[in-house]
Design a protein around this ligand. Structure first.
Ligand SMILES: CC(C)(COP(=O)(O)OP(=O)(O)OC[C@H]1O[C@@H](n2cnc3c(N)ncnc32)[C@H](O)[C@@H]1OP(=O)(O)O)[C@@H](O)C(=O)NCCC(=O)NCCS
Length: 110
């Protein structure tokens, strides 16, 4: 199964002023990674897009999960990897890209 999502970065620029929203959506690792970069909102936006794409790629029986159950962590090469709470054996491939305006993600569940 495949999933895709696109987000507008400006929405996440607004969220930067509200740490409660940020903490409700993202894990501490995702927050730390994004804030270590120059364009924080782009990295948050693409992680949100990634979570949505992952959710779309899951089969309907596996979709009873919260957005915070899906974590996007970059490996040592910079490639983003997907971790889903209580689903250790879920094989999910993810690719993400972002510009000033948009953040996109594609996920494939095999
Ligand atoms: C890593 C790279 C592909 C990112 O591309 P970019 O156009 O700068 O930026 P994009 O917005 O498209 O992608 C950024 C995302 O790529 C992902 N990425 C980084 N390294 C990666 C890797 N080794 N494998 C897969 N994805 C990677 C990250 O998730 C990053 O987003 P994040 O920092 O928010 O997690 C690029 O910097 C690079 O190294 N390019 C070299 C490509 C090359 O040699 N091309 C010539 C042959 S085609």
């Amino acid at each position: 199964m495949i999933g895709i999502d696109i987000e507008e970065v400006k929405r996440f620029n607004k969220y930067l002023k509200n740490s409660k929203i940020i903490k409700r959506i993202f894990s501490q690792e995702e927050i730390d990674y994004s804030y270590s970069k120059k364009n924080v909102a782009q990295h948050l936006a693409v992680r949100f897009a990634a979570k949505e794409a992952v959710w779309k790629a899951l089969s309907s029986k596996n979709r009873k999960i919260a957005i915070t159950d899906i974590k996007i962590i970059n490996n040592k090469y910079g490639k983003p990897e997907v971790f889903i709470k209580n689903k250790k054996n879920t094989k999910m491939e993810l690719s993400i890209s972002h510009t000033d305006k948009y953040a996109v993600a594609v996920a494939i569940f095999s």
